[in-house]
Design a protein. Structure first.
Length: 236
């Protein structure tokens, strides 16, 4: 897994918004592709090599650069022809540009359950992000990506027994419960309950103290905790 972008809510000075590349046996899956992420993605994978994109929800910091990825794909030629529409899995309220342009996108509305993508098995569960529909993703037993959610039974069940937890840290416990988001403390408690072997904190907002977020989560996680940063690679 490679972190393409890890900034929360908007691109930061040192990172694009949320995007994570998962690779296995030559297959490449993107979990989200938020604002600014299509550019740095090219450091790690060619646009035409992306097999599918799972979009957690319809906020721009999680999906908006899919249109830029499609543009790059339109310029790529493989075996004398274009590489075809980009396969997208997303919420029912995903932007209509993804659902009304079949030349560019093959869009499927996300449903709960298992999804086989090449050699990867993804399990999807709807989580609590307030008004926008939001989906968390588990890849095999290796990686769980809650996306944006407040603590809930669905994410606890999905994360249980998963080796790496890639979880947002969108605030501090001292700020009180956050609607639709995890605090760093929430991420630490989720890792501990799931029995994770590694917690990676992401969705890092530019205006917050990231080392404080790290410290809060590390006190609770019961496993190593690191901050996401662009280019971070983890063997799952």
């Amino acid at each position: 897994m490679t972190v393409v972008g890890c900034a929360g809510s908007a691109p930061g000075p040192d990172s694009a918004a949320s995007s994570y590349l998962v690779e296995k046996d030559g297959y490449r899956l993107l979990l989200d592709l938020g604002a600014g992420a299509a550019g740095p993605l090219q450091r790690y994978a060619s646009a035409e090599d992306i097999g599918a994109v799972i979009l957690s929800h319809a906020h721009s910091d999680h999906w908006s650069d899919v249109t830029q990825l499609s543009y790059y794909r339109s310029k790529a030629v493989r075996d004398g022809s274009d590489c075809g529409p980009l396969r997208i899995f997303g919420p029912a309220n995903m932007n209509e540009v993804l659902t009304t342009n079949p030349v560019d996108f093959t869009a499927t509305i996300t449903q709960a359950g298992d999804l086989d993508l090449g050699p990867l098995r993804a399990r999807l569960a709807q989580v609590q992000h307030g008004d926008p529909e939001c989906w968390a993703t588990r890849i095999d037993d290796a990686l769980c990506y809650p996306a944006d959610t407040e603590p809930c039974a669905a994410i606890e069940e999905l994360a249980d027994g998963c080796g790496v937890l890639l979880a947002e840290a969108s605030g501090f416990d001292a700020d009180g419960p956050m609607r639709g988001h995890l605090t760093a403390g929430d991420a630490g408690r989720l890792a501990a309950k799931a029995g994770s072997k590694l917690l990676i904190l992401t969705h890092l907002r530019a205006w917050q103290d990231h080392l404080r977020l790290l410290d809060e989560a590390a006190q609770l996680a019961g496993c190593p905790v690191v901050l996401a940063n662009p280019g971070l690679r983890v063997a799952l």
